[in-house]
Design a binder for this molecule. Structure first.
Ligand SMILES: *[C@@H]1O[C@H](CO)[C@@H](O)[C@H](O)[C@H]1NC(C)=O
Ligand SMILES: *[C@@H]1O[C@H](CO)[C@@H](O)[C@H](O)[C@H]1NC(C)=O
Length: 232
């Protein structure tokens, strides 16, 4: 899927309008926007892809001075859950920000508070930040120092120095890998249930199968729990 996204990005680059890709969360990026800083011209699109296998993030405009607070008139993608509840099909979502004033820095953050505030973990980013003074590095440091995490509200829009594509949109190419993994774990449970009656006979094949199946299920559950804890 990432290959086709890259091809799409390349195709867009050849046309007049440049599309800059930013990954929101996901297995690779973790609690970050990647890259955290983008330089874009008027009319360019910054395309945010909310990545899987699991996550629930926002792209919310703030100011340099108040990194974790929605700014009046700023944009807000709203929550874009991916792969939730656990075990559902992973479908990435995308959301576009079009630059209307390249001379103004655009600061943004993730307003998700669970399991702990993402902004305070440094999940912030910028478009066209100045190379000195209020830099992206200082913004990340400032976000981590915010205390306490302020009450969150939606941005009032339409965006400062930018406009948006409305609400995040599910990408049509989805990965069903997570879902099929869950399915085999369910089959496993059936096998271990049927193992109750012949357990006294000591049939080696049956016992071995039941053990493998049980530990497989436990591992799958542990992996899902681990992913959930990490990505939320
Ligand atoms: C995403 O996060 C928001 C805010 O914490 C929550 O209200 C919403 O239920 C979450 N969505 C899913 C599908 O978990
Ligand atoms: C975002 O922009 C790209 C490039 O123009 C376009 O292909 C895509 O459909 C847009 N997505 C949304 C949600 O508007």
């Amino acid at each position: 899927m990432f290959q086709s996204l890259t091809l799409l990005a390349l195709a867009a680059v050849v046309s007049a309008q440049t599309v800059w890709d930013v990954t929101v969360g996901g297995a690779k990026a973790g609690f970050t926007f990647s890259p955290s800083s983008t330089t874009a011209k008027n009319g360019d699109i910054v395309r945010f892809t909310f990545a899987g296998p699991m996550g629930n993030h926002t792209v919310t405009q703030s100011t340099f001075a108040a990194p974790c607070t929605a700014v009046d008139g700023g944009f807000d993608s709203g929550y874009a859950p991916v792969g939730l509840p656990a075990g559902t099909t992973t479908t990435s979502q995308e959301w576009n920000v079009t630059i209307t004033d390249e001379t103004k820095p655009i600061w943004f953050y993730c307003k998700q508070a669970l399991p702990s505030p993402h902004c305070l973990m440094g999940m912030v980013g910028a478009i066209n930040p100045p190379p000195s003074g209020n830099t992206i590095d200082k913004f990340i440091t400032a976000a981590k120092a915010v205390t306490p995490f302020p009450p969150q509200s939606a941005g009032t829009g339409p965006g400062i120095a930018a406009t948006t594509s409305g609400k995040p949109t599910a990408l049509t190419s989805s990965s069903s890998d997570t879902a099929s993994g869950t399915d085999s774990a369910t089959g496993t449970n059936t096998a271990s249930g049927s193992g109750t009656s012949p357990s006294n006979t000591g049939a080696p094949g049956g016992a071995a199968f039941a053990q493998t199946a049980t530990s497989g299920g436990a591992v799958a559950a542990a992996v899902l729990a681990g992913v959930a804890a990490f990505m939320l």
